[in-house]
Design a protein around this ligand. Structure first.
Ligand code: SF4
Length: 401
């Protein structure tokens, strides 16, 4: 009896002390190690954790919160993967075109340019031609053998015709793909999603998704670093991973950035359950879990990294994400829906600006390449530089009219 009574407060005091020390180290803003990150993820008081993450963000980024005005071009919904949560992907159907045509791509891009967008975001399924003869036939009719080859041509077409700055998010890429895409994209993206190999087991989110093998995704992200490509990546949370795997996912991205200095943004995206998917009944991470994970992400990567979370997945609660340490809302389209999460509308930009201001921050438009990379010539192909200059203001955010 006596031992139990004495032991419990001792343990609690020890834990509280360890957490306080971890928060103190985290508050320095230089990035924390695995042990501290795990402790904060699992045991820190949420309000204390958010305060420290927001302070680290504020010291490095001030009160500026950015977004990119984009138009979304879903080049193909065909995909060789079957992620358990995805409604974007499709199998070939006789009455549905496999790829957007050049005219369709240009029509969307031109509408985006007229609406004031500066980014053309190409989003598409991963290498469908590897399993679907229909995709190979469609590509052949378009004059290509690979989806990534067609993508590079469409990025060039959009850039040369409309002046929009392309950013493509096409799944795994090899070194030749990365080189070809860099010529017509100011940045590229690939979500790591999760370092967890458990998610590839039967019944789990990535079981039928060969391109979601973490080692392959890390390889693409690392090769992008060697090719000096400004890169957007991040983590999808709530798809069956455990807290330690979230920490390890962010640590893996930090290591790649430390080695190559090319990651321009780390995105923390919550899983959303969608009807007619294998994970339709899976629980979505609550806001507190999203906030906690964003805050730990911020404290792992430190103040300088751009940390993003999309506002349209949190309904009216999205301003709460500012208090967790993000400094970017991602791409917002005044024109096209979020094809990945079509049930979640983007807020109007003026409403996003108002609610960001109410939370004490200033919304600013950035380009598809972040200010930290926009003036570094090694990251931008010579063909894109003049147009980038046209859009770029003195501090490398988007020029205001
Ligand atoms: S999430 Fe991406 S890779 Fe997975 S099925 Fe959907 S489109 Fe394919």
């Amino acid at each position: 009896m006596t031992i139990t009574t004495l032991a419990a407060p001792t343990i609690q005091r020890t834990d509280a002390l360890r957490i306080a020390e971890a928060l103190k180290r985290a508050g320095e803003g230089m990035g924390i190690g695995r042990e501290d990150a795990l402790l904060l993820m699992e045991a820190a008081d949420l309000s204390d954790l958010l305060d420290v993450a927001a302070q680290v963000r504020d010291r490095a980024k001030g009160k500026t919160v950015s977004y990119s005005k984009k138009v979304f071009i879903p080049l193909t919904h065909l995909c060789r993967d079957y992620c358990g949560y995805c409604t974007f992907r499709a199998d070939p159907k006789p009455d549905v075109a496999a790829y957007m045509t050049q005219d369709e791509v240009l029509a969307v891009a031109k509408a985006g340019a007229r609406a004031g967008c500066k980014e053309a975001l190409f989003s598409l399924g991963d290498q469908p031609e590897r399993i679907f003869p229909e995709a190979r036939d469609a590509l052949r009719r378009l004059g290509f053998t690979t989806t990534l080859g067609y993508l590079a041509a469409m990025a060039r077409l959009v850039f040369e015709t409309t002046g929009l700055l392309p950013h493509s998010n096409p799944g795994l890429m090899g070194v030749d793909d990365l080189r070809a895409l860099k010529e017509w994209n100011v940045s590229l993206g690939l979500m790591l999603e999760s370092i967890s190999t458990r998610l590839k087991r039967p019944g789990r989110a990535h079981h039928r998704a060969p391109d979601k093998a973490p080692a392959l995704r890390l390889k693409t992200i690392e090769e992008a670093g060697r090719q000096k490509i400004a890169f957007t990546t991040g983590m999808l949370i709530g798809i069956g991973e455990i807290p330690a795997e979230r920490v390890d996912t962010i640590l893996a991205l930090r290591r790649l950035h430390e080695a190559h200095g090319h990651i321009q943004e780390i995105l923390v995206q919550p899983f959303r359950a969608k009807a007619h998917t294998p994970m339709a009944a899976a629980a979505e991470p609550p806001i507190e879990d999203v906030q906690r994970t964003i805050a730990v992400t911020r404290l792992i990567v430190g103040g300088d990294m751009n940390v993003q979370s999309p506002p349209n997945l949190m309904a009216d609660d999205y301003p709460k994400l500012l208090g967790a340490g993000i400094n970017d809302w991602g791409g917002i389209s005044p024109l096209t829906p979020d094809f990945i999460n079509p049930e979640s509308e983007w807020p109007q930009i003026h409403e996003l600006e108002r609610r960001t201001a109410v939370a004490g921050h200033v919304l600013r438009e950035r380009l598809a390449i972040y200010p930290q990379f926009a003036s570094r010539l090694e990251f931008v192909d010579a063909r894109l530089q003049a147009r980038l200059e046209h859009y770029r203001g003195p501090d490398s955010y988007a020029k205001t009219a």
